[in-house]
Design a protein around this ligand. Structure first.
Ligand SMILES: [Zn+2]
Ligand SMILES: [Zn+2]
Length: 276
């Protein structure tokens, strides 16, 4: 007889009892595994491994699949920090809502039949457009594209299902954004009417993160530890860039994400100097 926990692991840890039974797991063995605690009964006819993510369990208790930011993150999509304690659930076109303890879920009804577990990336992005702001959506969309989690067919579907107002974001998106920070900067520079080139090779300087308006080098310092050697190399690059007529501005992730006004206040006068 098929072991319930072993079989559940093949379904990413969560499945309907009817599915498990169709693979040879009897009602009796499901009941035995539940009372032994090797599997959990989430609601009538739905079972999960005890290791399954709590938000996925809540979504299944509600009647659907986890979607939006938490699901995108679980799929490996880069997300801006979005503080949201609510579980977002994809209910399919008209899935039945099951009441459960402590429910504060946000339900999304959209075409397709919702499964259990994680909603597919394409559905998550369609839902996330309504729940995230434009920047958060844009960064997630570019990340999903860059990681090849969505293909041409998916992108066409996203464009079809999102409101017309989303068109400009989809037009601006590119598959080669190497980081969420790059997505964020390109979107913000676009809104300021400033051209941004990413990962530019400058002879005599090397590869720089971004060039703004053709003249300003913007380096986004990551979390890697700044050794003395790294700092020396950065200063040498800045000197070489200055000799070629570039001005270098350095920001870290926290400044771009949490203190944008300070970043803009540094960029705009530098662009003015470069143009004059
Ligand atoms: Zn709920
Ligand atoms: Zn949502």
């Amino acid at each position: 007889m098929m072991d319930a926990a072993y079989l559940l692991a093949r379904f990413d840890g969560i499945a309907r009892g009817s599915t498990l039974q169709s693979y040879g797991c009897s009602r009796t063995s499901l009941a035995a595994a539940t009372s032994a605690g090797t599997i959990l009964r989430i609601r009538q006819g739905v079972f999960a491994l005890p290791t399954v993510d709590a938000a996925v369990v809540t979504a299944a208790a509600h009647g659907g699949a986890l979607t939006c930011a938490a699901a995108l993150r679980a799929h490996g999509v880069w997300m801006l920090p979005t503080p949201d304690d609510q579980v977002h659930v994809w209910m399919g076109r008209s899935g039945r809502h099951h009441s459960h303890e402590g429910c504060s879920c946000t339900a999304h009804y959209s075409p397709g039949s919702a499964t259990l577990g994680l909603a597919p990336v394409v559905a998550c992005l369609i839902h996330a457009y309504r729940c995230l702001d434009e920047e958060e959506f844009f960064a997630a969309y570019e990340s999903a594209w860059n990681k090849r989690l969505i293909g041409a067919h998916d992108r066409a579907r996203i464009r079809r299902e999102l409101p017309r107002a989303a068109g400009w974001l989809l037009d601006l998106a590119r598959p080669d954004a190497e980081s969420g920070l790059e997505s964020l900067l390109r979107l913000r520079m676009h809104l300021l009417g400033i051209r941004l080139d990413c990962q530019v090779s400058i002879v005599g300087v090397g590869r720089v993160d971004f060039v703004l308006g053709g003249r300003i080098i913007l380096e986004a310092d990551g979390k890697e530890n700044h050794t003395h050697a790294k700092r020396h190399a950065d200063l040498m690059r800045d000197a070489a860039a200055s000799a070629l007529g570039y001005e270098t501005l350095r920001f870290d992730y926290a400044m771009v994400v949490h203190d944008w006004p300070t970043v803009v206040a540094a960029i705009l006068p530098a662009l003015g100097r470069a143009r004059s």
